[in-house]
Design a protein around this ligand. Structure first.
Ligand code: NAP
Length: 177
């Protein structure tokens, strides 16, 4: 499988970027919500994705509750009758990657979850923007194992959320060329 979408109609190549926060055991959520509140991580997520195109599963959209502002929001569902204000809808992973890449102006398409969508798209991803959260949540949504063809290219200094005392850090992985 190729690591980037190369459009048939032109030479544009879009990089697929996963943006995710996961705990020590790859848990990303519980009861269709996040299991922590780390404002600096939300800021980091906003900095990475603002102005861009985000792709998410229907359950993640429901957990957020509204389209993310200043981003083109794509939601994937198998329900062909499903609609929501302010979002574009696709019905397969292939379809969303094709259509959403047409909306990308800076060459990056951000996949923002949840577990089902990360799992289906990780082999197509080029960059993984991961927040490592130093918790052990007993949740029900998980990030897949990072494939061995990714290498860590950047890591922030360890951080601690002032209010909750939870440790966390940002890590970037890139697919080896
Ligand atoms: N920590 C993080 O960074 C982070 C980020 C995002 C989400 N989350 C968490 O992850 C959890 C949600 O993840 P999830 O795995 O339960 O759900 P999800 O991946 O957000 O959404 C799953 C839904 O997407 C649709 N779908 C999946 N594959 C599809 C395909 N190939 N074609 C068409 N539609 C497809 C289906 O919708 P239909 O049922 O409508 O067909 C499916 O039910 C929540 O707890 C959320 O808070 C965490």
């Amino acid at each position: 499988m190729t690591s980037s979408i190369t459009k048939q109609t032109n030479t544009k190549t879009t990089q697929i970027v996963h943006v995710v926060a996961k705990d020590r055991h790859h848990c990303i959520g519980k009861d269709n919500g996040l299991a922590w509140h780390i404002p600096e991580d939300l800021k980091h997520f906003k900095e990475i994705t603002t102005g861009g195109v985000v792709v998410m599963g229907r359950k993640t959209f429901l957990s957020i509750g509204k389209p993310l502002p200043n981003r083109t929001n794509w939601v994937i569902t198998r329900d062909t009758t499903w609609t929501a204000d302010g979002v574009k809808v696709a019905h397969s992973l292939e379809q969303v990657l094709e259509l959403a890449s047409d909306d990308c102006t800076d060459g990056k398409l951000f996949i923002i979850g949840g577990g089902e969508i990360y799992r289906q798209s990780i082999d197509m991803a080029d960059i993984l923007e991961i927040t490592e959260v130093d918790l052990d949540i007993k949740g029900d949504a998980f990030y897949p194992p990072i494939p061995s063809d990714f290498t860590e290219v950047w890591r922030s200094e360890p951080k601690t959320d002032d209010k909750s005392g939870v440790g966390f850090g940002f890590v970037r992985y890139q697919k080896k060329r």
